[in-house]
Design a protein around this ligand. Structure first.
Ligand code: HEM
Length: 436
C-alpha cells in the first residue's frame, strides 16, 4: 500500500502554525506592557487575530493530519488529500496577508474577508468525501472515534456555513437573532473541531493500550452523544446577556460540564489499566495525555464557576474568559494533539532517546509556566471585574498603569510556555523529518 507524506505535511505545518501563534502571543503580551511596541508594523488589533488564526490552524491542521495518518490503511484518495492541503495552505497565507494589511471583516476568530469562506469550505468537503469513501464499507462496526471524526467534519461544514449567514440581509437585519446565531455557530464549530480532537484522544488511548474495546464501550458512546448535544446546545452559555429562553441555558450548562467529566474519567480509566511496558513504549504520548487530564480537571472547575449566571456577569469580557479559552485550547486541545504526534512518531520509532529527554524537559518548563500564566490571567480578570463594578473614579489609563506588574508577570510566564513548547516543537519536527 502506498503511504502518503501529506499527513506529515499537515502535522508539520500545524507545528509551524503553533510556533507562529506563540510568537504573535508573545508580541501581543509585550504590547500590554509597552503599548507602542512595533505598533506601526503590527498593532494589537492585527497581532491578536494572527495569534488566534495560527492557534486555530494548529489545532485543525494537526487533527486533520492525524486522521489522514490513522486512515492510511483505508484506501484513501491521495489526490484529494493533496488538494485539501494546498487549498488550506494558500488560504492560510491569504488570510495572514489580509490581517497584516488590516483588511478585516466578519466576527471574532473569523475576521477575514468573507470570500475566504469558499476555499475553506471546499477543503472540508474534500476531507469529507475522502473520509466517507474510505470508511463507508465498515460503517456498521465503527468504533466511537470514527463517529466523532465523521460528525466533526459534517458539522464543521454546516456550522461554518451558518457562521457566514450574516452576509444575507435576512439575518443581518435582525439584531438579536443575528447575535444569537453568530454565537451559536461559533460555539458549534468549536464543538466540531473538538470532536476531531477528542476522537483523536480516544484513538490514541485505544491504540496505545492495544485494546479497541475502549472505543466501543458504552461510556465512550455516551461521551460521544453528550459531545454531540453539547455541540448543538453548548453555545447557549456564551450568550447569557442575549435574551434567549432560560431552559436552553441550563441545559447547555449541564451538558458542557458533564462532557468534560466523562472525558476526564475515560482518561483516568485508561491510565489505571495501561501496563507499565506500554507506558514506557509510548512514554511521550502517555505524558501528554495525563497532563491533558490534569488541565481538563482545572478547566472543569473554572467553567463550572463562570457558567453560573451571577458570576458570569462579572467575568464576561475580562481575562477570566481568556483564561478559559487559552486554558482549554492550550491545556486540552494542544496537549491531546501533541500526544497524537508523539504517538505517531513513537509508533514509527523515529524519536531518539535524546529527543525524548529534551521533550520531557520541555514539558516540565511548559507546564510550570502554564500554571502560573493561567493563575495570572485569573487574577488579572478579578482585578478588571473589581475595577468595572466596584471602583469609581478610576480612569482606564490609571487602571492600566496599576496592572503594570501583572502584565510583566503574564509575559514572563508566557515566555516560559514559549521556551517549553519550542523545545518540544523542534524535537518533534526533527523526528518527523526522519520519517519523510
Ligand atoms: C499553545 C499556545 C497558545 C494558544 C493555543 C493560545 C490561544 C489563545 C486564544 C484562543 C485566545 C483568544 C482568547 C479569547 O478570545 O478569549 C488567545 C488570546 C491571547 N493570547 Fe494566547 N494562546 C497561546 C499562547 C500564548 C502565549 C505564550 C502568550 C504570551 C504572552 C499569549 C498571549 C495572548 C494574548 C495577549 C491574548 C489576547 C488577550 C486579550 O484579548 O487581551 N498566548 N490566545
Amino acid at each position: 500500500m502506498k503511504t502518503s507524506r501529506y499527513p506529515f505535511y499537515f502535522i508539520s505545518i500545524g507545528l509551524i502554525a503553533l510556533l507562529l501563534s506563540l510568537l504573535c502571543g508573545l508580541i501581543s503580551g509585550f504590547q500590554y506592557i509597552i503599548p507602542d511596541f512595533i505598533k506601526e508594523i503590527l498593532p494589537f488589533n492585527a497581532v491578536r487575530p494572527l495569534h488566534t488564526l495560527f492557534a486555530v490552524s494548529w489545532v485543525i491542521l494537526t487533527a486533520t493530519g492525524g486522521i489522514y495518518y490513522y486512515l492510511e490503511q483505508k484506501n484513501q484518495n491521495h489526490r484529494l488529500i493533496s488538494i485539501h492541503f494546498w487549498l488550506f495552505i494558500a488560504t492560510g497565507v491569504g488570510i495572514s496577508i489580509s490581517y497584516l494589511l488590516r483588511n478585516f471583516e466578519g466576527k471574532e476568530y473569523l475576521e477575514f474577508p468573507s470570500y475566504f469562506y469558499f476555499p475553506i469550505i471546499l477543503g472540508w468537503i474534500l476531507f469529507g468525501i475522502n473520509y466517507f469513501k474510505s470508511l463507508f464499507s465498515s460503517f456498521k462496526n465503527w468504533p466511537v472515534y470514527y463517529w466523532m471524526w465523521a460528525t466533526g467534519i459534517v458539522l464543521m461544514i454546516y456550522h461554518f456555513t451558518e457562521a457566514h449567514l450574516w452576509l444575507l440581509s435576512y439575518f443581518r437585519d435582525h439584531f438579536v437573532q443575528n447575535v444569537a446565531m453568530q454565537w451559536k455557530a461559533g460555539g458549534s464549530y468549536v464543538g466540531s473541531w473538538n470532536m476531531l480532537v477528542y476522537g483523536t484522544s480516544i484513538y490514541v488511548m485505544a491504540k496505545t493500550s492495544g485494546n479497541d474495546s475502549y472505543a466501543k464501550s458504552g461510556k465512550a458512546f455516551f461521551f460521544y452523544f453528550l459531545g454531540l448535544t453539547n455541540l448543538m446546545f453548548g453555545w447557549a452559555h456564551h450568550i447569557y446577556i442575549v435574551p434567549t429562553a432560560p431552559w436552553l441555558r441550563y441545559l447547555a450548562y449541564g451538558i458542557s460540564m458533564t462532557e468534560w467529566i466523562i472525558l476526564f474519567s475515560i482518561i483516568y480509566d485508561w491510565k489505571k489499566s495501561l501496563s507499565q511496558e506500554k507506558k514506557i513504549e509510548y512514554i511521550l504520548a502517555y505524558r501528554f495525555t495525563i497532563l491533558a487530564d490534569f488541565w481538563i480537571f482545572l478547566n472543569i472547575i473554572l467553567a463550572l464557576l463562570i457558567s453560573i449566571p451571577s458570576i458570569n456577569l462579572f467575568t464576561h469580557g475580562t481575562h477570566i474568559t481568556v483564561a478559559h479559552s487559552m486554558g482549554t485550547t492550550i491545556g486540552i486541545n494542544t496537549l491531546i494533539l501533541l500526544s497524537s504526534i508523539a504517538y505517531i512518531l513513537e509508533l514509527n520509532k523515529s524519536i531518539s532517546l535524546n529527543s525524548t529527554k529534551k521533550i520531557q524537559t520541555g514539558i516540565k518548563i511548559f507546564n510550570i509556566s502554564f500554571v502560573f500564566f493561567w493563575v495570572c490571567l485569573l487574577l488579572m480578570g478579578v482585578k478588571k471585574a473589581h475595577w468595572i463594578y466596584f471602583t469609581e473614579a478610576i480612569s482606564f489609563g490609571q487602571f492600566h498603569e496599576s496592572m503594570h506588574w501583572f502584565y510583566i508577570l503574564f509575559v514572563s510566564f508566557g515566555l516560559g510556555i514559549v521556551i517549553g513548547l519550542f523545545y518540544i516543537i523542534f524535537e518533534l519536527l526533527k523526528s518527523i523529518k526522519k520519517v519523510l
